[in-house]
Design a protein around this ligand. Structure first.
Ligand code: PHE
Length: 354
């Protein structure tokens, strides 16, 4: 059985059906991709229109122009319909874009979470910045120190009771974890000649552990050496320093004390930052200054001549003063913290409050 020869009528019919089909399909097309697929399906090289026109071969030659004409009309109509639909889709898309909520460039940007200095690092920086503002420069020394620099050269000979006072951690080979930053005084003087104005910030270690003592804590040492440096310089510099650190109104007092490496020596107090100096607290005596109204804040004194002898400075020519301040103590007083261990527990609930 061979296929029935196509008649012009049946081809014309097929073209009509195709045209109607396209109109129907276009109704459900709602994006450009689907529209392009439809175009290829109908007008493409292997599309439905081509397939229909293949039947033209079996049509009598005189009938062909008529069918060809009809085919061109259908093709043009389909192309137009697709083009119109494309325009409609473009328009709808533009409208949708306009209807979408607009970008508000005045809204605040999303914040980038960022860290901040640990309260001790911030206090250390404040202490150092203040002293640098008074003319000191920063010097450094090792935390694992030899006994000579930590004790001997500071006029603390072997068997001196002051060695017990310091609760030393001993390392092998006659070395210790430095018990204070004072050995940096020695190292600075060994390596340079007066005049000298240095501070030495850093960690120090003592075998001690309770609410106000940590086995590792921080000090900032200060040393000024020149001809004619007197106790008045010590008082003037330290008073200016403490006023900048705790406020211009805070009272400062110098109290006689003893350190092997300074003579005379003085401990320096400031009026209690908690009770304001009157010594009373909510339940009787102030908890922080224990009712005295004063807080010990640093140790100081005029450099002992024996120390100058050790570093080869002539004590007949040069004089100087030195001081040491505890950084944890300053941070505790500034922020009203009563347990030093909070600084080292790394509890973010604590640290994030600063
Ligand atoms: N080094 C002493 C201490 O740790 C402090 C101090 C330093 C005292 C300098 C006087 C002069 O307690």
């Amino acid at each position: 059985m061979t296929e029935a020869a196509p008649t012009p009528g049946s081809i014309g019919q097929q073209l009509k059906v195709l045209g109607a089909e396209v109109v129907l399909s276009l109704e459900s097309v709602d994006d450009k991709t689907a529209l392009e697929a439809l175009r290829v399906e109908v007008l493409g090289k292997k599309g439905k229109l081509t397939k229909i026109l293949r039947g033209l071969a079996g049509v009598a030659p005189e009938e062909r122009p008529k069918i060809g004409h009809a085919a061109n009309e259908v093709k043009a109509a389909v192309e137009r319909a697709i083009e119109d639909k494309a325009k409609l889709l473009d328009q709808a898309e533009r409208q949708a874009r306009l209807d979408r909520p607009q970008l508000d460039v005045t809204l605040p940007a999303f914040g980038q979470p960022h860290g901040h200095l640990h309260p001790l690092a911030a206090t250390m920086k404040e202490v150092c910045d203040t002293l640098c503002g008074l003319g000191f420069s920063i010097a450094e020394g090792p935390e694992v120190e030899d006994e000579y620099h930590n004790f001997e050269a500071l006029n603390i000979p072997q068997n001196h009771p002051a060695r017990d006072m310091q609760d030393t951690f001993f390392v092998d080979g006659g070395r210790v974890l430095r018990t204070h930053t004072s050995p940096v005084q020695i190292r600075a003087m060994e390596s340079q000649q007066p005049p000298l104005m240095i501070i030495a910030p850093g960690a120090v270690y003592r075998h001690d552990d309770d609410v106000t003592h940590s086995p590792m804590f921080h000090q900032v040492e200060g040393l000024m050496v020149d001809r004619h440096v007197t106790f008045r310089h010590l008082k003037g510099v330290l008073t200016a320093f403490l006023h900048r650190l705790f406020g211009e109104d805070v009272s400062v007092r110098f109290r006689p004390s003893y350190f092997p490496f300074t003579e005379p020596s003085a401990e320096v107090d400031i009026a209690c930052v908690i009770c304001g100096g009157d010594g009373s607290g909510a339940a009787g005596a102030c908890r922080v200054c224990k009712g005295t109204g004063w807080l010990e804040i640093l140790g100081s004194g005029m450099v002992h001549p024996a120390v100058f002898e050790h570093v080869g400075y002539d004590p007949e020519v040069y004089t100087g003063f030195a001081f040491g301040i505890g950084v944890e103590r300053v941070a505790m007083l500034k922020h009203g913290i009563d347990d030093i261990r909070l600084f080292f527990a790394n509890d973010l609930r604590f640290i994030q409050q600063f």
